[in-house]
Design a protein. Structure first.
Length: 78
């Protein structure tokens, strides 16, 4: 279903898969953080949240680079 939607929208499935992975990492990090907070480990929960954000940022680099290249190509060379 996701591939069909990506094809209809003329978007590379690589980007769609990456976005879905990022969403998965966000949910897992949030879940682990809440479990840590419930266990009274607030410091560890903060570290889990930070790790999740770093992983998401690393996974989003290819998408960000394509976005920046697209914006640069839209700017006229005046």
């Amino acid at each position: 279903m996701v591939q069909r939607i990506a094809t209809n929208a003329n978007v590379s499935t690589l980007y769609v898969e990456t976005i879905l992975k990022i969403i998965g990492v966000a949910y897992i990090a949030e879940f682990a953080s809440h479990i840590s907070k419930d266990a009274g480990q607030g410091a560890m929960a903060a570290k889990v949240e930070l790790a999740g954000k770093i992983i998401i940022l690393a996974m989003a680099i290819p998408i960000l680079s394509v976005l920046i290249e697209t914006v640069i190509h839209l700017i006229p060379n005046g």
